[in-house]
Design a protein around this ligand. Structure first.
Ligand code: OAD
Length: 267
């Protein structure tokens, strides 16, 4: 069921009133760009590689057992990311960041993403906290030295660094610790935010799954934009069911009109 104008207006009003907004995104925001989500791998549509279950390959155990397979799979995932474009949901979040940081304060907006695809940055988002790392940087498992993916050669698999170590993507695998710097920025943002929005995430993987509760505990209003209901849906002040690429531009347009003193109407 698509959200009605009243729900869109409520969230728009919250955005205008907020001093500090935190947005948490997951794979759902990139679904309309054509990237499969984690828990809907069948939507990938690619014959060979989409048959692999991300939950099995995104582990240190899989890499240690079969570095060639895991490296090939991540290379395929990178190629898919490079083949697609940001969608209107990514664009709306980039516009929201520009608007709030320019009109309120540089810290008025924080985007925390679990996505490793880089689509937020390509849409123009600047301060992106990549909680699960990025597929665009790889590191040597011997020396820890990081290399931009564009500087690596994928002529043979697994890929090795100049020092002879296996190269792996700088993404967080199951069982691994999250980047400390990203966690610290996210924690500080959750403390000061007065509006928290969870968008396109199943809210099942910790610690991100707890962010909404933490923000709520700290007194923030909470909202969710998601195609399906999640453990957060019953907890939030405003739940907008549907596609983020459709809903976010509508909410943003209403918020901009409201902030500009125009009455918000039925777009
Ligand atoms: P999931 O695949 O778990 O969830 C994607 C969510 O997006 C689901 O709740 C869908 O209903 C929703 N969704 C799908 N299309 C949408 C759309 N167009 N608009 C809005 N919502 C949509 O992905 P994540 O929650 O990101 O971690 O998964 C979290 C983490 O689990 C991932 O970062 C990854 C995975 O294991 C690691 O690899 C460490």
């Amino acid at each position: 069921m698509a959200p009605g104008p009243e729900q869109l207006d409520r969230l728009a009003a919250c955005i205008v009133e907020a001093r500090n907004v935190v947005v948490l995104t997951g794979a759902g925001v990139s679904a309309e760009s054509g990237l499969a989500t984690f828990r809907d791998p069948s939507e990938a549509g690619d014959a060979l590689w989409s048959r692999y279950d991300p939950m099995e390959l995104a582990t240190i155990g899989a890499f240690e057992r079969d570095p060639e397979l895991v490296t090939r799979w991540y290379h395929w995932r990178f190629t898919k990311c490079a083949d697609v474009d940001p969608n209107p949901g990514h664009d709306a979040l980039a516009r929201l960041e520009r608007w709030l940081t320019e009109s309120k304060s540089p810290e008025a907006f924080t985007l925390i993403t679990q996505n490793i695809d880089g689509l937020h940055q390509r849409a123009g988002s600047v301060r992106v906290v990549e909680l699960h790392g990025t597929i665009h940087t790889w590191r040597c498992t011997e020396t820890g030295k990081e290399t931009p993916l564009r500087d690596l050669s994928f002529g043979s698999f697994p890929v090795r660094s100049g020092d002879g170590g296996l190269m792996r993507p700088c993404v967080v695998w199951f069982g691994e610790a999250l980047p400390e710097a990203a966690l610290a920025i996210a924690g500080a943002a959750l403390e000061r935010c007065d509006l928290f929005m969870s968008i396109g995430t199943s809210a099942t993987v910790q610690p991100a799954a707890s962010f909404l509760r933490i923000a709520k505990h700290n007194g923030a209003r909470t909202a969710e934009i998601n195609r399906d209901s999640t453990p957060n849906t019953a907890e939030v002040d405003i739940a907008l069911p549907g596609a983020s690429g459709e809903i976010l531009p509508l909410v943003l347009a209403r918020a901009e009109r409201l902030a500009g003193g125009d009455p918000i109407g039925d777009t």
